[in-house]
Design a protein around this ligand. Structure first.
Ligand code: ADE
Ligand code: ZN
Length: 327
């Protein structure tokens, strides 16, 4: 008898808010904007993907569309057995809808998250992220905004977008602001650039978690160090295939990372563009990567313990994970 992965309590720690959108919602907002539905069958590389993300963003024309995305994010999380979502928000992307006020965007999204949490029981918190291809000054501003919302819905601060040619070290001041406010340090790294990017995230930014981080596997000593430090990698297998980080799913390094003792969570990253939701990612990890139920439960445990979830949520989820494994 196989255990039902939908019943395994999980945290979803690597999910870009806009890209959690359902396909039907993308069709609707395209129609409301009187624009064609963006379609893609493949991404040549990360730049191609980023341009497609921009096409999706440009269709979001009204705040109520952001509310719809949050509502569906909560419903979809619940259906997947996700008890906690740490959604990546970049308020700068929507501030044109709020008179240029990033704080108003954040207030609006956090209020929507709170309503959805009360309605569904799925606990939703935010990771603020800045573009590493953008100006450092803007990132410091974002980090200050995140810091003001520590304890009020924001739990972590990270960097996203293109790693290639954009080292993280110049952003150290932004991360100092976030750390001082008690936020978790959660940059993307080790996706488009190899171990050097992971080393920077660990040694310069002092990351608590790394979004992706999978290319650490190219350096066995650094892999051992990441394992020893207990830095959690928020791994997204399908994203890595679609963006050509790995040649195909069967060559994904998640099993090797786990074998090396690295703490890993399993995530969907940008489901509107990559396809699978987080439950389907767990199923792929079982069916294609051969992860055992013990390993899948271990990843679920990491998605809770390494998260910014409230302590009572963590305690309940961990008990649920133990019960799932005992079932
Ligand atoms: N933003 C959205 N998805 C991303 C990814 N996979 N890597 C970096 N930045 C992103
Ligand atoms: Zn990501």
């Amino acid at each position: 008898m196989t255990r039902d992965l939908a019943l395994l309590p999980k945290g979803h720690l690597h999910l870009h808010f806009e890209a959690s959108m359902r396909p039907a919602t993308l069709r609707d907002i395209a129609s409301e904007a009187d624009e064609p539905v963006p379609s893609w069958s493949d991404f040549a590389d990360f730049s191609d993907f980023e341009a497609a993300y921009g096409d999706v963003l440009r269709l979001i024309r009204r705040p109520d569309q952001l509310e719809r995305i949050m509502t569906e994010l909560a419903d979809d999380a619940k259906a997947d057995g996700v008890v906690y979502v740490e959604a990546t928000l970049a308020p700068v992307l929507h501030q044109h809808l709020f008179g240029g006020d990033a704080e108003a965007v954040l207030d609006f999204l956090l209020a929507a998250a709170k309503r959805e949490e009360e309605r569904t029981g799925v606990v939703i918190r935010a990771m603020l992220a800045s573009a590493r291809s953008g100006p450092v000054e803007l990132a410091v501003e974002d980090a200050r905004l995140a810091a003001r919302y520590a304890g009020r819905g924001v739990v972590s601060y990270g960097l996203h977008s293109d790693e290639r040619g954009f080292p993280a070290a110049p952003f150290v001041e932004a991360f100092d602001v976030a750390r001082t406010a008690g936020l978790l340090i959660t940059p993307h790294a080790g996706e488009l650039v190899g171990p050097a990017s992971v080393r920077e995230a660990v040694e310069v930014l002092h990351a608590d978690r790394i979004l992706h981080g999978v290319r650490v596997i190219e350096d066995p000593d650094l892999t051992a160090e990441v394992a020893r430090l207990g830095v959690c990698l928020d791994v997204c297998p399908s994203s890595n295939v679609v963006l050509h980080v790995v040649p195909d799913l069967d060559h994904h390094p998640l099993p090797a990372l786990l074998a090396a003792g690295v703490t890993c969570s399993i995530n969907a990253d940008d489901p509107i563009q990559f396809g699978p939701n987080v439950l389907e990612e767990y199923e792929l990890c079982r069916d294609r990567l051969g992860l055992t139920d013990e390993q899948l439960a271990g990843c679920a445990r990491a998605s809770i313990t390494a998260s910014g979830a409230p302590e009572d949520v963590k305690t309940r989820a961990l008990a649920g994970i133990d019960a799932w494994l005992a079932s």
